[in-house]
Write a protein that binds this ligand. Structure first.
Ligand SMILES: *Cc1c(COP(=O)(O)O)cnc(C)c1O
Length: 394
């Protein structure tokens, strides 16, 4: 037998030579402010469970009770036999939370983006996408076979010039952006983009993965934060981050949701979410909406932590969320920095290409509403020490 996979060896060598080889770190505990790796305790600064809801007793209890009633797996796709009253109830709950007419669930946010984008537009259409959009948006755009126009990060002037160039094309057009960018934590100018969508007759879709639970008084995300709930026709989000469960969704008009239910392949040909995830999401959304003090505490921590990092002399990229990127630059020093943090009791990995552009490697710190003041102080001390090590190594 000839080894048809021999080319992989060279690819792996190449990845390793570029300091980009990835290995998994196994956590032996839940997503909580303190985790256990190899039997040792660390402060966790890289969870997307921003409100700590994965370990919230009421959320866990809801999931356990749902398993008792519905079992562990859903056993089918929604359109065959995998649709329960829980699925409908969660869809209605999400629509109420996002103030839309309707909503539809997917197994993950990734599937919501790839499936929906590639169905809303096709090969004769045009999609306008922020250069730092999440991979699932990029893949949805590619899958659609539409013309992809990438605009400079947050740059509405650039976006408008692209729209102006295409204004005589009669095809369907879609503008798509993250609300909060996953590796930068900064915020898209949604009202300005909504204006452009109106002016140029484009569909407008936003991804609320990192804004849900964190932005807005009720925690419902970017549309609430900007007061533009009625101006974004296609709102995507995930249940896997602040909601602390699993799943993705699209919220919008009843017609949009009916269309998705009938046409989107990643919805139609995918086994539906299990009851445990649905019940956990439902309990978590109630907590997000009705217990704003968690979000307020999270923001206190975010502001204190950012100021602490800047006082140390580190470069914090301008974020407006619980994602706090500390810019280091090249891959190796960023790996060294993460290693030093870990030696000082803090776990947060180095982020390297292809997750971020070349030369923009960073420590992506994220905070949870369950971190204590003491843990934040200890984390800042670790950053100070690691920064000193970085400077002496140079
Ligand atoms: C995590 C993420 C997704 C994917 O959501 P999953 O539920 O994890 O599949 C989509 N968009 C953005 C911006 C994300 O950060």
């Amino acid at each position: 037998m000839t080894n048809s996979l021999s080319w992989i060896e060279n690819e792996l060598k190449d990845i390793k030579n570029k300091d980009l080889f990835r290995i998994l770190t196994e956590l032996e505990s839940a997503q909580s402010p303190e985790i256990i790796i190899d039997g040792k305790k660390y402060i966790l600064l890289s969870s997307n469970s921003y409100l700590g809801l994965t370990i919230e007793p009421r959320v866990k209890k809801a999931a356990i009770e749902a398993i008792e009633k519905y079992g562990t797996g859903s056993g089918g796709s929604r359109l065959v036999s995998g649709s329960t009253d829980l699925h409908r109830q969660l869809e209605e709950r999400i629509a109420k939370f996002k103030k839309t007419e309707s909503a539809i669930l997917f197994s993950t946010g990734y599937l919501a983006n790839t499936g929906t984008i590639s169905t809303l537009i096709g090969k004769d259409d045009i999609v306008y996408s922020d250069e730092l959009n999440h991979a699932s948006i990029i893949d949805g755009c590619r899958l659609s076979k539409a013309e992809i126009r990438i605009y400079k990060h947050l740059d509405t002037n650039h976006l408008e010039s692209l729209l102006e160039n295409d204004k005589n094309s009669k095809c369907k057009k879609l503008i798509v952006t993250d609300t909060v960018f996953s590796m930068d934590g900064d915020l898209a100018p949604l009202p300005e983009i909504a204006d452009l969508a109106d002016k140029y007759g484009c569909m407008f879709m936003i991804d609320e993965a990192h804004s849900t639970g964190v932005l807005g008084k009720r925690g419902s995300g970017g549309t609430e934060h900007f007061g533009i709930e009625q101006r974004v026709p296609i709102v995507m989000g995930t249940l896997s981050k602040a909601v602390g469960s699993l799943g993705g969704y699209i919220a919008g008009s009843k017609k949009l949701i009916d269309f998705i239910r009938n046409r989107v392949r990643s919805y139609i040909f995918d086994t539906s979410l299990p009851a445990s995830s649905l019940a956990a999401s439902m309990a978590a959304i109630d907590i997000i909406e009705y217990e704003p003090e968690r979000r307020e505490y999270l923001w206190t921590l975010i502001n204190r932590f950012k100021k602490g990092l800047e006082d140390i002399g580190l470069t914090v990229l301008p974020s407006h969320s619980a994602v706090i990127p500390v810019l280091i630059g090249q891959a190796q020093p960023t790996l060294d920095f993460a290693k030093s943090l870990r030696e000082n009791g803090v776990y947060t990995p180095a982020v390297r290409p292809p997750s971020v552009p070349e030369g923009m490697c960073r420590i992506r710190a994220t905070l949870m509403a369950k971190h204590t003041d003491k843990q934040i102080e200890k984390a800042l001390k670790a950053f100070k020490k690691s920064y000193k090590d970085l400077l002496t190594d140079k």
